[in-house]
Write a protein that binds this ligand. Structure first.
Ligand SMILES: Cc1cc2nc3c(=O)[nH]c(=O)nc-3n(C[C@H](O)[C@H](O)[C@H](O)COP(=O)(O)OP(=O)(O)OC[C@H]3O[C@@H](n4cnc5c(N)ncnc54)[C@H](O)[C@@H]3O)c2cc1C
Length: 386
């Protein structure tokens, strides 16, 4: 049956995430830029574990809450309304976990999932490479552009290659790595392998300074003949491409939710300001042209939310739909860019000021149109589904 309200349990989770964001994230949201060692963000990740947010998607038997894609997406919107970088780091940790949830054996789940509910332990989805990110996500490229190679050596694999940009690159507990036994084999050679932090041969570049999303740590990841037991492979060689595409369906809905939260966070600040700021003798919001801008922003945010919730709801029913998740990612990220730009606009130079903090949402919004499928590639994915 079609319904437009969240369940009581979902409303409780949303409330928890909203309160957490108000108390722990909003007061420090503009401080991550100067938090070069990531200590501030690390403290927040630990607290998300303490309140049960970090382990939300993990099944109860492994210490999580067994929350569906709907609850997880609602939480990502709330976190992103406070800080897109924190939401991205948590969402990306769930991105790295998704293939484990989809394809791990009971033994692998027992080994990897419980720690990901504790101590702020994050997971990293190591997919993008220096020669290109979109092509690895692009099903038409059939995994031929993957340059991270695994080679069998007795009961181990040896992993060589370089990744760049993954969220939680230097601060993860576990790395889910997109690799191949031979790029010329196409999808038949593709695989996903899980590598714990601290494994010999795994090292990192310096954190990359970015336009926004400072709470998320991105850098190069180097695999220099990393020796990994064969039992760390998810499924079998040849499963990688399919597993990655299924993973993208779940996590593009989450990206839509993050983008919606970024838009909402900026909108709320700008709306309050426009009610208080007097221009031409009356509150800014009472000018028709400004009021119309807010009407469009509010409408687009609601439309974005409905779109990501549809995708997440079907994911939760185990009926994942690539086109719907991708529509959510594309539309919500475009809304985030438009709404945050207009939020800055209606606040005049105060909007442009680093002190006020609304411009941060605009900087965070930009990458939403690029990561987990640049919007040109993802529009193509939607177009092909029609
Ligand atoms: C904050 C942040 C978080 C990230 N998190 C992760 C993560 O968790 N894991 C991970 O692996 N990576 C992550 N990334 C990397 C990100 O997903 C990639 O950068 C993205 O997929 C684009 O890849 P690229 O930068 O190599 O651009 P390219 O693939 O080189 O694309 C460049 C541009 O070409 C265009 N383009 C690409 N493909 C097509 C096409 N088929 N048709 C038409 N035009 C096209 C688009 O305009 C695109 O922006 C993150 C990056 C950032 C900045």
């Amino acid at each position: 049956m079609l319904g437009f309200t969240l369940s009581e349990e979902q409303l409780a989770i949303q409330k928890l995430a909203r309160e957490f964001t108000g108390k722990e994230i909003k007061p420090v949201a503009t401080k991550f830029e100067k938090d070069e060692e990531g200590k501030l963000a690390e403290g927040i990740f630990k607290k998300t574990a303490e309140v049960g947010i970090l382990g939300l998607p993990i099944p109860k038997e492994y210490g999580g809450s067994d929350a569906s894609n709907v609850e997880c997406s609602i939480v990502l919107e709330e976190l992103a309304a406070g800080c897109g970088g924190i939401a991205t780091a948590i969402g990306a940790s769930w991105f790295g976990q998704t293939p484990i949830m989809l394809a791990a054996t009971p033994e692998q789940r027992q080994r990897w999932l419980p720690p990901l509910t504790r101590d702020g332990n994050l997971c990293c989805m190591a997919m993008t490479e220096p020669a290109g990110g979109s092509d690895i996500e692009n099903p038409h490229m059939h995994s031929r552009t993957i340059k991270t190679i695994i080679r069998a050596a007795g009961d181990h694999y040896l992993v060589n290659g370089t990744k760049i940009w993954p969220s939680n690159a230097t601060n993860s507990y576990l790395y889910t790595v997109v690799a191949t036994i031979n790029p010329e084999l196409g999808d038949e050679g593709s695989c996903l392998i899980v590598i714990p932090a601290g494994t010999q041969g795994l090292s990192f570049g310096k954190p990359i300074k970015k336009m926004g999303m400072d709470a998320d740590c991105n850098s190069e990841i180097f695999f220099d003949t990393v020796r990994v037991p064969k039992e760390n492979l998810l499924g079998k060689v040849g499963d990688g491409a399919k597993l990655l595409q299924r993973t993208l369906i779940y996590n593009r809905a989450g990206a839509g939710a993050i983008a919606t939260g970024i838009a909402r966070g900026a909108f709320e600040i700008a709306l309050k300001y426009a009610k208080e700021r007097t221009v031409a003798g009356k509150p800014a919001i009472e000018h028709e042209i400004i009021s119309a801008m807010f009407a469009d922003m509010a409408t687009e945010i609601d439309a974005a939310r409905l779109l990501y919730l549809r995708a997440a709801w079907f994911n939760a029913q185990r009926l994942p739909n690539m086109a719907w998740s991708t529509m959510a990612k594309v539309y919500c990220s475009d809304v985030a860019m438009r709404v945050t730009t207009n939020a800055v606009q209606v606040m005049g130079s105060y909007g442009y000021s680093r002190e006020v903090g609304v411009e941060k949402y605009m900087r965070d919004a930009k990458i939403m149109q690029i990561y987990i499928g640049a919007n040109e590639l993802t529009r193509q994915v939607i177009g092909e589904s029609l």
